[in-house]
Write a protein that binds this ligand. Structure first.
Ligand code: ATP
Ligand code: MG
Length: 551
């Protein structure tokens, strides 16, 4: 694998440098903490590259993969597996075993008991509506819950019985006793445990109370010795709570939470919940639909992992909210594939060419480079015979000077093969061209278009006898609007042409194409074999990207 390079300087790395210089830390420990309630998307890729990139670049650093699994109702072990696959595919290694917040449920429970014992947590019986009412709002302070001053003994008793399953869901919760008048709503006696009679993918039926995110995350960080807990800006006002919990329990480590702005991408949804809705409404075929901005979707589409790392590097890490142009992601993909994608030929909208002066029984094996600039990729052989396919758009009866393809009575070069001249053509009843009759010049094989023949145009082709029929899935952006997240009705924002299917032929060599590894189909775009639907008898190719930016 190529060297993973993720080393831009940014404000977070400046903080790390300083903490190392001042001796505050001897080593750096980060974590990537996905909730296993969906597949990872391009926004997560940013966070992964940041956290694991630091672990790679600093001498004494490591990054944990920790599933933030405190909400069993929405989580699933399939997501746990998919997330691990995605992180590995991106080229990163987590330290040691995969971790789970649920590994710490016993410790979390003990810390909750400790808070009760020190008078800093209480069992509250307000229902959801009352709790909201008591919390106040941004302009007015909250009111103390009538249960706030329960005795420690009562609280201990009730919390023990909550755990034992004596009370119904929603009837009780454990809350931190902080400040109902705090200007920060998160500090108004936040809930730290709730009752949920739910089966958990890791702890099965051991628990019927589950800790809340804000209580769990900081303690999990501290237990794992995380030095810098990097998260997105929406957690900024959670930070006082993060610190409050750690200051009020007997735990040594004091990880520091640092926020950065999340990735927003033009024409793209970056919310698992909204992506899931696309699946539920059958707008896409699943989490790994090649139009999805999920890591699995982009992988299936043929995006190289290195191009996603490069993208993360280019967008950088700041505290500024902004929206990145989709074109810049595609540019990273194209640059990678231009350099690393082997060349091949495919005809997506075929018409037949008959070379009338080519012997009917003859066939040749022409040699073609797999990459025009990278000899290390070697060569391939292309069968060539009397009948070929070319693209419908590459022949016209008449065409102006700009049309540098095949015209009647004019010459064009077949890529990696001969110069041909169009002499005649046939049409069907509707007037569509079905066949072009050409003659070839046997003396022009392997010569450049500048060989004195003034043949400017080069077109691609596939042998009509030895080839593979193929289905091409031409993808475009899923949404026509810049910010689909702001749409009320997502259906009207959809691009009706986000998937167009074409049927044609590919050169025979592509039977061996590895799924998800993109080729440049000459003059057509970058394409890879679909990992799910392609079979030897029915090859399916996904268009990874067009050759040039289309918008
Ligand atoms: P979603 O809103 O899609 O559900 P999330 O933040 O709830 O995302 P988590 O699984 O909780 O998803 O996220 C794991 C990590 O990835 C968190 O640290 C989160 O801050 C980060 N992350 C999620 N979305 C983005 C994004 N768009 N840009 C950068 N980081 C992100
Ligand atoms: Mg979340």
């Amino acid at each position: 694998m190529t060297q993973v390079d993720t080393s831009p300087s940014n404000f977070i790395r400046n903080i790390l440098d300083e903490d190392l210089q001042t001796g505050k830390h001897q080593s750096i420990q980060t974590r990537f903490p996905p909730e296993p309630n969906g597949y990872l998307h391009i926004g997560h890729a940013k966070s992964i590259c940041l956290n694991f990139g630091i672990a790679n670049d600093y001498a004494n650093a490591a990054c944990n993969l920790r599933f933030d699994d405190t909400n069993p109702v929405k989580e699933d072990v399939d997501f746990v597996h998919a997330i691990q696959k995605d992180v590995s595919w991106l080229g990163f290694k987590w330290q040691g075993e995969v971790r789970y917040s649920s590994n710490y449920f016993d410790q979390l429970y003990a810390f909750a008991v400790e808070l009760i014992e020190t008078g800093k947590a209480y069992v509250c019986e307000l229902n959801a509506e009352q709790t909201r009412e008591y919390r106040g709002n941004l302009t007015s302070p909250g009111k103390d819950s009538p249960f706030r001053n329960r005795s420690i003994a009562d609280n201990l008793d009730l919390f023990t019985r909550m755990r034992a399953g004596e009370f119904e869901e929603g009837s009780m919760m454990l809350r931190a006793k902080i400040d109902m008048a705090s200007p920060n709503m998160k500090m108004r006696d936040p809930v730290i445990y709730r009752i949920r009679f739910a089966h958990h993918h890791q702890t099965a039926d051991k628990w019927c109370i589950y800790p809340m995110y804000d209580f769990t995350h900081c303690i999990s960080d501290a237990i794992e010795g995380i030095t810098h807990s990097l998260c997105t800006l929406e957690f900024e006002d959670h930070r006082p709570l993060y610190n409050w919990v750690l200051e009020n329990i007997s735990i040594e480590a004091k990880p520091r939470q640092i926020e950065f702005s999340r990735l927003n991408l033009q024409y793209t949804l970056t919310s698992k919940r909204k992506l899931k809705a696309l699946i539920d409404e059958n707008i896409v075929t699943g989490w790994d639909d090649p139009r999805m901005p999920t890591i699995s979707g982009m992988r299936r589409r043929g995006y190289p992992a290195a191009s996603l790392r490069e993208f993360s590097k280019r967008i950088g890490v700041t505290k500024q909210e902004n929206t990145v142009e989709l074109a810049s992601l595609e540019a990273c993909v194209r640059e990678d594939l231009e350099a690393n994608g082997p060349r091949a030929m495919a005809v997506l909208d075929p018409i037949k060419v008959i070379i009338t002066n080519y012997d009917e029984d003859k066939s040749e094996q022409l040699i073609a480079p797999c990459h025009p600039k990278d000899e290390s990729m070697g060569t391939r052989t292309l069968p060539f015979s009397r009948e070929l396919y070319i693209d419908r758009a590459d022949f016209k009866e008449v065409g102006n000077k700009q049309y540098k393809r095949l015209k009647l009575n004019k010459e064009v070069r077949l890529r990696n093969a001969y110069v041909i001249r169009a002499d005649d053509f046939k049409t069907d009843e509707a007037g569509n061209i079905t066949e072009v009759h050409c003659t070839y010049d046997a003396d022009t094989l392997g010569k450049n278009p500048e060989d004195g023949r003034k043949v400017k145009g080069v077109i691609h082709w596939v042998d009509a006898k030895i080839n593979k029929p193929a289905e091409f899935r031409i993808y475009d952006r899923l949404f026509l609007v810049d910010n689909p997240a702001a749409e009320e009705n997502i259906h009207t924002a959809l691009n009706p042409e986000s998937l167009v299917v074409q049927k044609g032929f590919v050169e025979i060599n592509l039977v061996e194409a590895v799924a998800e590894k993109a080729y440049q189909f000459e003059r057509e775009g970058y394409f890879c074999t679909d990992s799910k639907d392609s079979t030897v008898d029915n090859l399916v190719f996904n268009r990874t990207a067009a050759l040039r930016a289309t918008f």
